[in-house]
Design a protein. Structure first.
Length: 163
């Protein structure tokens, strides 16, 4: 089972009420079945964060620090979203375990789903290496993570997994 960020599939679930549909991801999943081959997830909406809302970024550390209570996810006005991000990540992990997911295809740069990069925490558009809160939790469960820019690597992984 593959978990897939719902915003990549065209669902308007992002902080700004929009989506980030990725045609290559949509085409890849076209002949696959929801609940059998893949499961769409959105830790932010599952964590009951409001949509739309001002964008949040990890402040004071990385995703592991958020889990340790040493960093927060806040918007530029200082509103704390940490509880919602953690709740949504826990739901993603519960789904991963329930459906025996082995991999996740997640939206890069997201404070929830970023696989390799997240925003810097300075609200200036800069990125820094690191994972989002849900991505980190899923990786801790042993899931292999892929961003929307890594479809060839995901395909190779899935082919290897079938063998």
């Amino acid at each position: 089972m593959l978990l897939v960020s719902r915003c990549l599939l065209g669902e308007n679930c992002r902080y700004n009420g929009k989506s980030k549909p990725n045609q290559a991801v949509i085409d890849f999943l076209r002949d696959k079945k929801i609940g059998v081959d893949y499961l769409p997830i959105c830790p932010e909406t599952d964590g009951r964060l409001p949509i739309p809302r001002p964008a949040g970024e990890i402040i004071g550390g990385c995703a592991a620090a958020v889990w340790a209570g040493e960093a927060k996810i806040k918007n530029q006005q200082g509103d704390d979203y940490t509880e919602g991000f953690i709740a949504g990540a826990k739901i993603a992990c519960t789904l991963a375990e329930k459906y025996h997911a082995t991999a996740a295809l997640l939206k890069e740069n997201s404070p929830s789903c970023g696989v390799h990069y997240v925003h810097s925490g300075h609200f200036n558009g800069d990125l820094q290496p690191g994972q989002g809160v849900a991505a980190h939790a899923l990786a801790q469960l042993g899931l292999k993570l892929f961003s929307e820019d890594e479809l060839p690597e995901l395909l190779a992984y899935l082919e290897q997994e079938i063998e």
